[in-house]
Write a protein that binds this ligand. Structure first.
Ligand SMILES: [Zn+2]
Length: 142
């Protein structure tokens, strides 16, 4: 059983060097990651998901091969928290899906049971196979 609620873990979350700007599309639950390139897009609907600056690791293992560990994502929905046992230990995770099209992108590490894995808490595993990299400055209207 996890007793995380009683423990005061330090906040290890890294903040983005350039936080996403307030989006005029927030009312439609769609955010742009302007001024951040490259950007990683949902492979199905090309919604912005995360950025180069938010990627902490490119060598994580997802369910579909290599995955990114990201400090911040946008335009996603999270499932209810549930227990999951992975190769590196036990976690409480929330599945992460594209808010626009429902594409299953990966999961959020909510709590890690192992002390050595605490750095993952609050971060996101994003499957490489579920995003595409957008390197141009091209922007488009929704
Ligand atoms: Zn999508």
């Amino acid at each position: 059983m996890f007793a995380h609620a009683q423990l005061g873990f330090p906040d290890l979350n890294l903040k983005l060097a350039t936080p996403p700007l307030p989006s005029p599309y927030a009312a439609h639950h769609f955010e742009y990651l302007d001024n951040q390139t490259p950007i990683y897009l949902c492979c199905d609907c090309h919604s912005h998901i995360t950025s180069y600056q938010a990627i902490l690791s490119r060598t994580f293992q997802g369910r579909h091969g290599l995955a990114y560990l990201a400090s911040e994502v946008v335009n996603v929905s999270q499932s209810v928290h549930h227990n999951r046992t992975l190769l590196t230990g036990r976690y409480i995770v929330a599945n992460v899906t594209c808010k626009i099209c429902g594409n299953n992108l990966g999961w959020k590490y909510v709590t890690a049971a192992e002390t050595s894995q605490k750095y993952k808490e609050g971060r996101y595993l994003i499957e490489k196979a579920r995003v595409v990299k957008e390197t141009s400055q091209h922007k488009w209207d929704p």
